[in-house]
Design a protein around this ligand. Structure first.
Ligand code: HEC
Length: 184
């Protein structure tokens, strides 16, 4: 049996090992360790419905691009598709495959539901790929379902990679003016 004193000692030892209260240069090393051993999700996604954490994990079948996004919040397809119309067709295909077209029209310009290709965003955060991903993956209070297979708990729904491809293609369809921060 442990005496309460030895528990206390091992607790403070543990805390020292875990690096509690160390100097300013440690967090970097800690987050590296976390990404190597953790779930592989470092990008803190938030639900568009209520701002709560949107828990999407990297899974074994994820592409390198999906893993990169879950680490960095950056969609690697956006810049690729901006310069490669042929590659962008892949995103368009997914947009049709998952019937996004039924509400948003074949080019995302709006049909039953809002246009995704003008500068009128339903939520200000849609100027970032992270924000648009959050609405597609986790749904909204204004009529968007949660499309991500982990959120919907349904393997037939959309995976991380396909949402990223759709977002990147939608960016190539943008017809509004002003800034295009997703290309920065
Ligand atoms: C049943 C109709 C319906 C379908 C199908 C649908 N959406 Fe939507 N979508 C909506 C509605 C309604 C909104 C507005 C939501 C809000 O304001 O909260 C919306 C909003 C959006 C937005 C934000 C647009 C903006 O201008 O800010 C994006 C992006 C989007 N949808 C992508 C998709 C994608 C990708 C799919 C397919 C995986 C899809 N939607 C399928 C109804 C639909």
């Amino acid at each position: 049996m442990f005496s309460s004193k030895s528990v206390l000692i091992s607790l403070s030892l543990l805390m020292a090992l875990a690096g509690c209260g160390k100097g300013a240069d440690t967090p970097q090393t800690e987050s590296k360790t976390a990404s190597a051993s953790g779930s592989g999700t470092q990008c803190a996604l938030e639900s568009t419905k209520d701002g709560s954490p949107l828990l999407i994990k990297a899974v074994a079948t994820d592409t390198p691009q999906a893993k990169e996004f879950l680490q960095t919040c950056i969609n690697p397809y956006t810049k690729l598709y901006a310069g490669d119309a042929e590659a962008a067709k892949e995103g368009r295909k997914k947009f049709g495959y998952y019937s996004c077209t039924q509400c948003h029209g074949p080019n995302g310009d709006g049909q039953v539901a809002v246009s995704i290709t003008d500068e009128r965003w339903q939520y200000a955060k849609h100027v970032t790929d992270k924000g648009m991903f959050e609405t597609i993956a986790g749904g909204s209070n204004g009529g968007m379902f949660a499309w991500h297979q982990q959120v919907a708990n349904n393997p037939d729904m959309v995976n991380t990679d396909d949402i990223l491809k759709i977002v990147a293609w939608l960016r190539t369809q943008y017809k509004g003016g002003g800034d295009t921060p997703w290309l920065n």
